[in-house]
Design a protein around this ligand. Structure first.
Ligand code: AMP
Length: 400
């Protein structure tokens, strides 16, 4: 961060959208932890920090009488934990703009942290309302955006607010910088071979990603539920595996594009199949294009694991988005586990590996492999859009 924060009030957009249990206790503080270096840096330089974030979807989950469910969505739930992590007592403002926020923002001193209330309590946040963004901007001298997870949204606190700060008064935080730098290691001049591993439930969620990847990867491994749409498109029998009938033509087009671009597109040749969508269903190993009626593929098979591993070990750059099977079921988590381990091993041998996107991140965390890959992205949708080649509004706004 190039800004000088001495005696400055920094308005810092973080992504504190953490999961809470029924007692409003934080069940996973990864996102808070990820913002700590930026906050500490500003404090160490002699600045003060005004934090803003959203939590959940309060506008969509209102009370029966139409009012906001403040008890559920207040950021007050985070104050104690944040204070512990920072080792100072964090102040809380029960509003994000207005007289009270102005008063508290004016009175905080260097070394202090003020957490504003959930920005989504104002409908203007998600609508990208300029007037709301301006009120937020008036609270501080400089703006820091460290919320990569929401950088793909043109919301007031993630994007519009930036226009009220000149270029020398705004900057990305450390997390945002790291996300962009690491994604660019895959996108710009990667060491080759470059292999993308894409899994998860649906082709439709990842069409743009797949299309774009085919322009620059050497190998594209497709696993998870989405593989069966490709296998069916090639004439395979897939039983009652997940399929998107309206994407069969697209699958054919993607296969043709891979041939044109000389990309090796690998599908799982075999699968572990189940007679029901549950962990303790009957389980069999069969060829992926010969799945009997009434059965569904829930994980990649042994031969697929071997082939995929071989490609992964030979790669110098790896991008992984989406699990290879229903890894939430322990009996069908093996393929995802094997791939996670292979990515970790390739990394140990010198490859650069980026794990981006919700469920593959959950998988590497579940398997305790997060520190054995080069970088684990905190932004699911944002990372996906970045890799698709879109300019994210939250990033663009900082350059203007
Ligand atoms: P995504 O969010 O698109 O990455 O999808 C992740 C979800 O895909 C996880 O909840 C997995 O359980 C699910 N998934 C992966 N493989 C399969 C499969 N073969 N059949 C059904 N669901 C799957």
């Amino acid at each position: 961060m190039q800004l000088d924060f001495k005696n400055k009030k920094a308005l810092v957009r973080v992504d504190f959208n953490v999961p809470l249990n029924n007692n409003f206790e934080i069940t996973d503080d990864t996102r808070i932890q990820a913002a700590i270096p930026t906050i500490k840096h500003i404090l160490d330089q002699g600045g003060s920090v005004i934090l803003m974030s959203h939590l959940g979807r309060p506008q969509k989950q209102k009370m029966e009488d139409g009012s906001l469910n403040i008890k559920k969505f207040t950021l007050r739930h985070l104050v104690n934990h944040l204070s512990e992590l920072l080792g100072i007592s964090v102040k809380f403002c029960p509003d994000s703009v207005g007289p009270e926020a102005q008063k508290m923002a004016t009175s905080i001193k260097s070394g202090e942290v003020l957490l504003l209330e959930n920005t989504r309590f104002y409908p203007g946040e998600e609508k990208g309302d300029e007037a709301y963004a301006k009120q937020l901007a008036q609270l501080a001298d400089v703006y820091v955006n460290d919320a990569f997870g929401t950088a793909h949204r043109a919301h007031a606190s993630t994007t519009l607010v930036a226009q009220f700060f000149s270029k020398d008064k705004k900057t990305f935080g450390f997390l945002m910088d790291a996300e962009i730098t690491n994604a660019n290691k895959v996108l710009n001049n990667p060491n080759r071979p470059l292999t993308a591993i894409v899994g998860g439930a649906k082709v439709s969620d990842k069409i743009l990603l797949l299309e774009r990847l085919l322009d620059f990867v050497d190998n594209l491994i497709v696993g998870g539920g989405m593989a069966y749409t490709f296998i069916k498109a090639q004439g395979g029998d897939i039983g009652k595996s997940l399929v998107e009938e309206d994407k069969l033509d697209l699958a054919i087009k993607l296969l043709a594009k891979a041939r044109d671009k000389k990309v090796s597109l690998l599908l799982p040749v075999d699968s572990y199949i189940a007679d029901d969508f549950k962990n303790d269903a009957q389980r069999k190993l069969v060829d992926s294009n010969n799945i009997p009626d009434g059965w569904m593929g829930l994980d990649i098979g042994e031969q697929a694991i071997d082939t995929f591993k071989g490609v992964i070990y030979n790669s110098k750059t790896l991008l992984w988005n989406g699990p290879m099977g229903v890894f939430e079921f322990s009996n069908f988590a093996n393929g995802t586990k094997a791939i996670a381990e292979a990515v970790a091993e390739a990394t140990a041998k010198g490859a650069f590996s980026l794990v981006g996107g919700g469920d593959s991140v959950a998988a590497v965390n579940q398997m305790n492999l997060a520190d054995k890959v080069s970088y684990v992205s905190t932004g699911g949708g944002a990372m996906l859009e970045f890799l698709e080649g879109k300019e994210l509004p939250g990033i663009k706004a900082m350059k203007a």
